[in-house]
Structure formats: C-alpha cells, structure tokens
Write a protein that binds this ligand. Structure first.
Ligand code: SAH
Ligand code: SF4
Length: 374
C-alpha cells in the first residue's frame, strides 16, 4: 500500500487517519502543528510524539512536497519555484514580497483546460489536477524555505512570512474543487497556516456551480476573471463563458457576496490592445457590473512566446481605469512583478517536455531561468 502523504490531510482527514491508527485524537493536532507550523518533514523530529507512534508513522506515512527543480529570484525580489509533479509535468509557485505583506501565488493544476487566448498556461493545454498535498506542499515548501533563508532566520511557530495566498497560479482552481477545498481549509486552520479568510483569495474564470459550492463550504475572498464587457467578446477570450455566460456569472457573484469575507468581488481584467480596452467598452463594463459591489484589478498583459494578442499601451490603461473611477468604481492597475523571470501573471508555463533536462535540473541549486514550453 502506498504511504499516505500527510501534507494533503485537512483536520477532518487527519483526525480520521489518527483514529485509524488507534491513537488519541489530540495526536492529530500535534501532527498538524509539527508539519505545517514548524515545517517538519521527518517524524523523528517530532519530539513530543511517543516513539512508538513515530515508528508507526514512519512505516506508513510521508510528508512530501513536490521536488524543486528550479528556484529563481527576480530583481524586484519576487521568487519563483519550479516544482516537478511527475511524468514530465512541472508547476510554478511565486512569492511576491511587499512592504506590508508576503503573498504566495499557488497553482492548482498542471496546465489548464479553459484555454483563454491570452494565457500561457491555457495554451499549454490540460495535463492533470494537482492533489491536495501538491497544492498545500507549495505553501509548506515556500513558507519554511523562506523562514530558513531569512536573515536572521525565522524560527519557532509564531512568525509567518507568507501572510496572503492567492490561488492565481497555473490552472483553474474550481475545476479541481475536491482537492482545492481541503487545501483552503488547511490555509485557514489555526494549527496549520492560520490565515484569515480575507487573506486567501481564489481566482476563477467563472465556474458558476462551484462558486456556489465554495460559498457554502469555505468562503474565502473571491476574484473573478472578467476580461470582457459582453458575452460576444468573452466567449472568444474565455471559452468557459459559452457554458456560464455573464448574466449567470454575475448572479453567482451576488450570491457569493452574502457570505464572502469581503464586501466586494475583485474583477480581474487583462488589458488587450484593440480587443477589450476602448472607452466604449469601459462604459459597457460600468453598466454590466452596476449591481455588483466590486473592485477592478486591471492587469497589463504579460507577453509569452507564441501569444497572438498584444497588451494595451500604459496611457490606454490609464484612460480605461479613469472611466471606471469616474463611475465610482475602485480600479487599480496591477504592478507587474517578476517578469524578468517569467513569473508574472499568465506567464507561468512550467511544463517540462524534455525529461533529460528535468533530470539535469533536479538538484536544489538555484537557477535564474525557468523551463518554458516554447
Ligand atoms: N484560472 C484562474 C486563476 C489563474 S490566472 C483564472 O483565470 O482566474 C490568474 C490571473 O492572471 C487571471 O485573471 C488571468 O486571466 C490572468 N492572466 C492570464 N494570462 C495572463 C497574461 N498573459 N497576462 C496578464 N494576465 C494574465
Ligand atoms: Fe486557465 Fe486561468 Fe489561464 Fe484561463 S487564465 S487558461 S482559466 S489559468
């Protein structure tokens, strides 16, 4: 029987696991704290667990995150890890340090089936869903690596370097709901990462039924990738719109707001030259979202090899933002971070087609470049 990877067990699952081992319930809490708060990877290090339990665990469980095959730091401090998830697939995790917070951008799938025209991950196609252990493993790895690398090193359980998580890496998180949900629960759990619901943001291209499920199961902050002011254009840019058109999507946003930890939805809107960036489209957008409390995050398009769209000029983005602002909508333009290491939004490709190169890179030596599909 395969060993159970404890990184993928949320509180309920870990409780059940500990019960199956005939151990006292409080052992689950101890284990959770050792793994997620202290970053332990070995059962032997867990000094307050009985030796007999440690031996039992060593024989049938593991704590293992995906192997790191690339580690790059951008000139702006953004750090990107490339992680091997087997069979030639790799995923990316990006840490974005800011003055008042540290944000980790986490992937949920290897590739993505939604196939938005402006997205490098989408262009690569869908490979597979990540497991909960692979999703949480990104946070576990990043948090504890950053603590070790900090000068002076951060130790103990109390201090955290990652204060915010955004599910905005590779993949459509709501197309991998079953694995994402326990991962979110671990992010929020006080015995794991203890993040508040407001500091965990899930970004979706618009999976309407799963937005409703998330509202019930684990309402975190929600970002919705809008990108177009009408169905005709959104059908082209975000093919999922043909299944869940804007009217349904905005109604789901309204329902979500009843339980959301924030009183607005964040709409993401990638600015594409001559496609969705005119003043008329900005006005259409204002009318579209009239009834939804929201903020807009305008994203400058990040180019990638093989892209067949171009980004809007900065002056166009400013004018577009101004139209929204004049209508009373908060609109910010996202700063592009980490683009010199291809870590910016939509540049995450991460697929490793050539396994020999994968093997060559399998040491933990930092590298400055990422493996690209093109
Ligand atoms: N699949 C989810 C989350 C991952 S993408 C979603 O689509 O919402 C995170 C954000 O980056 C999304 O808003 C997405 O539309 C945007 N994005 C994708 N490709 C981009 C690119 N090339 N330049 C800028 N933003 C991009
Ligand atoms: Fe998938 Fe999001 Fe990229 Fe669209 S933008 S292809 S949903 S990862």
């Amino acid at each position: 029987m395969d060993a159970v990877n404890l990184l993928g067990l949320d509180r309920d699952a870990l409780d059940a696991y500990v019960a199956r081992l005939d151990e006292k319930p409080f052992r689950a809490r101890q284990l959770m704290r050792w793994i997620h708060r202290r970053g332990a990877a070995e059962f032997d290090a867990m000094s307050d667990l009985a030796k007999s339990l440690r031996t039992k665990l060593a024989g049938r469980a593991t704590i293992s995150a995906p192997a790191v095959i690339g580690d790059g730091v951008s000139s702006d401090g953004t750090r990107k890890w490339l992680l091997d998830v087997g069979r030639g697939d790799a995923i990316e995790t990006v840490f974005i340090p800011e003055d008042d917070r540290g944000t980790l951008c986490v992937s949920s799938q290897a590739g993505c089936a939604v196939n938005c025209v402006f997205c490098s991950t989408g262009k690569q196609g869908f490979s597979r869903n990540l497991t909960t252990a692979e999703i949480v493993g990104q946070l576990w790895w990043a948090e504890h690596t950053l603590r070790r690398d900090a000068v002076p090193a951060v130790s103990g359980e109390g201090e955290r370097i990652i204060s915010n998580v955004v599910m905005m890496g590779m993949g459509e998180p709501l197309q991998n709901y079953e694995a994402v949900l326990p991962a979110l629960r671990l992010m929020l759990d006080d015995d794991a990462y203890g993040l508040s619901r407001r500091r965990v943001t899930l970004s979706t291209s618009g999976m309407v039924p799963q937005i409703d499920r998330l509202a019930q199961d684990c309402p975190v902050a929600l970002a919705v990738s809008l990108h177009a002011p009408n169905d005709a254009l959104r059908d082209q840019l975000v093919p999922l719109n043909r299944k869940y058109p804007l009217r349904d999507l905005l109604a789901a946003c309204q329902r979500y707001l009843r339980v959301a930890p924030r009183d607005f939805i964040t709409f993401e809107y990638v600015m594409l030259d001559g496609i969705n960036d005119s003043d008329a489209q900005a006005r259409e957008l204002v009318a579209l979202v009239r009834d939804v409390p929201c903020k807009f995050n305008l994203i400058p398009f990040n180019p990638f090899p093989g892209a067949d769209v171009r980004g809007s000029a900065p002056a166009r983005i400013r004018a577009f933002a101004q139209t929204l602002i004049d209508a009373g909508i908060v609109a910010t333009t996202r700063k592009t971070r980490g683009d010199d290491i291809d870590a910016a939004c939509g540049q995450l490709a991460g697929e490793v087609r050539d396994r020999t190169r994968l093997a060559e890179r399998s040491g933990r030596r930092p590298i400055a470049v990422a493996v690209r599909t093109a």
